[in-house]
Ligand binder design. Structure first.
Ligand SMILES: [Zn+2]
Length: 65
């Protein structure tokens, strides 16, 4: 099965019996992304998510006398 990467427009061959080919055939709204593009996007996403600050909801502990 020939598939085209949505980002780089390279054409790749997938085995007809592979799980990814079956998913693409059965779910037409799914898009194919090659491994190079997937690793590139994952690297950028992880760098963005590591920069995000998570607000802290911890209450300040006060000392009662
Ligand atoms: Zn690609």
């Amino acid at each position: 099965m020939k598939v085209k990467c949505i980002l780089c427009d390279d054409i790749h061959d997938l085995l007809d019996n592979s799980l990814e080919a079956k998913r693409l055939r059965n779910h037409l709204d799914k898009v194919y992304m090659c491994s190079d593009c997937t690793s590139r996007i994952t690297k950028k996403t992880e760098s963005h998510s590591s920069d995000r600050r998570i607000p802290s909801f911890k209450k300040k502990q006060t000392e009662f006398i």
